[in-house]
Write a protein that binds this ligand. Structure first.
Ligand code: HAM
Length: 421
């Protein structure tokens, strides 16, 4: 061990578990690619103000969880706590909203929140996300939800539940806000919560402290304040989900941790994960572009947590997708054989055979142990004497069966052997 350890709230991804993360990212991306979403990458840090204005000044993320710092050049920047604000910034900066709409994008990367670490909650975590911009069509809200459910299904997860709500729009919010504030005013709140209730009362609904549970449970519900348009939008999303055969649970108290949501909001939860049960979440954000200084550009999207999806696979006892095993392991015995084997390995890899070899002049015992450990089906053993005889030993590792194969014929022989074992 060195003097150093990974920072608190972070972890190293090591083989073979690392492969499961890659497979999960792939499984989430595949349905998006099939639905016309294009891949986008934005910087891991942005101007701090983008998140303050985008995610919301009174959210936990902005007030407590951002990794913010001043650069040597005096710029205020923040490691991205989420992906939507940066993607929208990029869309507006590059005028993608002036082309064909909707703009459909997906992304994958690392995100950073200074949270209290626990199982499933890390300070550095990984998401795959998708955003559709420039559309108010409820079919797109439903499309995104269906695509996420497709990803979970492809991974073999059976215990993901969809929670669905509408947070209404600028039409519905003021009346609800008044009603909620009036309700919260009946309680004896601490000064910080009281301030929250004044600035952004919806945030109080996301407060998990037990002493607020009763107050929150008895709060008025936004669904009772939805405008006719907001209600029609929500009904259309639900109809489209039903048409797609996707089940959901209406969750009238679902509040998300980010302020930008309007109308459709949803979370994917998994009951095998304990307290951090949200494996993904998202919704519509029709006002976000304007709040970061852009034109009106409605949008909808989600992000799925890769770390928690892997935990969900483990909780369901699914075999984690692993690395593709090696086909072959090459064992050189002697100096001349080493050179020949290195060339052979290159030739085999070029021919598409997954091959590794024993290095460091390993003796036969150690090298054969490495061959067994590698998971390869066959070993090729080549000693200096075999080299003179012009043939290598091909050994089937499971049965121990061994045949001599002429060196000149070795690559095509092995390719055929592996194709028809
Ligand atoms: P979010 O709900 O904050 O939404 O995060 C989405 C998912 O990322 C969560 O459901 C969870 O699986 C994972 N996640 C969040 N924080 C952590 C953490 N500290 N450790 C491990 N996993 C975590 C967003 O980020 C929005 N940008 C989603 C969105 C896209 N809305 C519209 N478009």
């Amino acid at each position: 061990m060195s003097t150093f350890a990974a920072p608190k709230g972070t972890f190293d991804l090591l083989p073979p578990r690392g492969e499961a993360f890659l497979a999960v990212r792939e499984a989430i991306a595949a349905p998006l690619r099939r639905a016309g979403y294009g891949y986008v990458e934005t910087p891991a840090f942005e101007e701090t103000a983008l998140f303050a204005r985008g995610v919301g000044e009174s959210t936990d993320i902005v007030t407590k969880e951002m990794y913010s710092f001043e650069t040597r050049g005096g710029d205020q920047v923040t490691l991205r706590p989420e992906g939507t604000a940066g993607v929208l910034r990029a869309v507006l900066e590059h005028h993608l909203d002036k082309g064909g709409l909707p703009v459909k994008l997906w992304y994958s990367g690392s995100y950073y929140r200074y949270e209290r670490p626990q199982k499933g909650r890390y300070r550095h975590f990984s998401q795959v996300g998708a955003e559709a911009l420039g559309t108010e069509d409820p079919l797109v809200d439903a499309e995104l939800v269906v695509l996420a459910m497709e990803a979970y299904r492809a991974l073999g997860l059976t215990r993901v539940r969809l929670l669905l709500n509408s947070l209404g729009s600028a039409q519905s919010r003021p009346a609800y806000r008044d009603a909620l504030q009036a309700h919260l005013a009946t309680a004896d709140l601490d000064p910080e919560t009281r301030r929250r209730a004044e600035i952004n009362p919806l945030r109080v609904l996301d407060d998990k402290r037990p002493e607020l549970a009763d107050l929150i449970a008895s709060a008025p519900l936004l669904q009772d304040f939805l405008s006719a348009d907001d209600r029609a939008h929500h009904d259309a999303v639900r109809t489209a989900l039903a048409d797609a055969g996707v089940e959901w649970e209406d969750a009238p108290r679902l509040v998300r941790g980010l302020d930008y949501y309007t109308r459709t909001t949803f979370e994917f939860v998994h009951d095998g994960l304990g307290a951090q049960s949200a494996v993904g979440g998202g919704g519509r954000y029709d006002g976000l572009a304007e709040s970061i200084g852009g034109p009106r550009l409605p949008g909808v999207g989600w992000a799925l947590g890769v770390d928690r999806t892997v935990l969900a696979l483990e909780a369901e006892g699914r075999a984690l997708p692993g690395a593709t095993p090696l086909d072959l392991f090459v064992v050189p015995l002697g100096e001349a054989a080493r050179r020949r084997c290195a060339a052979l390995v290159t030739g085999l890899r070029r021919a598409g055979v997954a091959t590794d070899m024993a290095y460091d002049g390993r003796g036969v015992k150690g090298a054969m142990k490495a061959a067994d450990r590698s998971g390869a089906a066959y070993a090729v053993i080549l000693g200096d004497r075999d080299l003179e005889a012009g043939a290598a030993q091909v050994k089937h590792l499971a049965s121990g069966e061994q045949t001599a194969v002429p060196l000149d014929d070795l690559v095509p022989h092995l390719v055929t052997l592996l194709e028809n074992p």
